[in-house]
Write a protein that binds this ligand. Structure first.
Ligand code: ZN
Length: 158
């Protein structure tokens, strides 16, 4: 794990130890996500208020990166519209894959702490798991979201 030390910035550690919105939400849409590469599992609960994310929470177990990513995601996206959430995912994805690291970075706020993930391709799926799961939830899919196949070209590009 020593090569990952650079990744474990204070913000990530804090969210890993004390995840925000770590709770099931009654009556919410719930979607599960799984990252077989690392063994991360997450369930995202989202309750829409019109086109806005009225309430969002998560449960699950996984590595520090996946837990912190889910925690910061819920904190960041509460109150955002579906379109804003999708746009943020694009920016976040560009950052962690290293494909568009500077693109819209100012919009990311706390999510920018994951920029170091781009140096560890195997961790990209940990950082994006909660996002893929949320996107699946927003599209109304009942299937378990998996990172298998998603972000596929990230590894090949290196
Ligand atoms: Zn992981």
């Amino acid at each position: 794990m020593s090569d990952l030390e650079g990744l474990y910035q204070d913000v990530i550690l804090d969210h890993c130890k004390r995840p925000r919105n770590f709770r099931a939400i009654e009556g919410a849409e719930q979607t599960q996500g799984y990252n077989p590469l690392c063994g991360d599992k997450v369930t995202i609960y989202v309750k829409m208020d019109g086109d806005r994310i009225g309430d969002i929470g998560f449960e699950g177990s996984g590595c520090a990166i996946s837990t912190a990513s889910a925690s910061i995601l819920t904190e960041t996206l509460k109150g955002k519209t579906r379109g804003e959430a999708e746009a943020l995912f694009d920016v976040f994805h560009g950052l962690v894959t290293g494909k568009a690291p500077g693109n819209g970075k100012s919009k990311l706020g706390k999510l920018a702490v994951f920029s170091g993930v781009s140096e560890f391709p195997a961790r990209v799926k940990c950082a994006t798991l909660a996002w893929h799961t949320l996107m699946s939830a927003l599209s109304g899919s009942q299937e378990v979201a998996t990172t298998e196949g998603a972000d596929g070209e990230d590894l090949a590009a290196r």
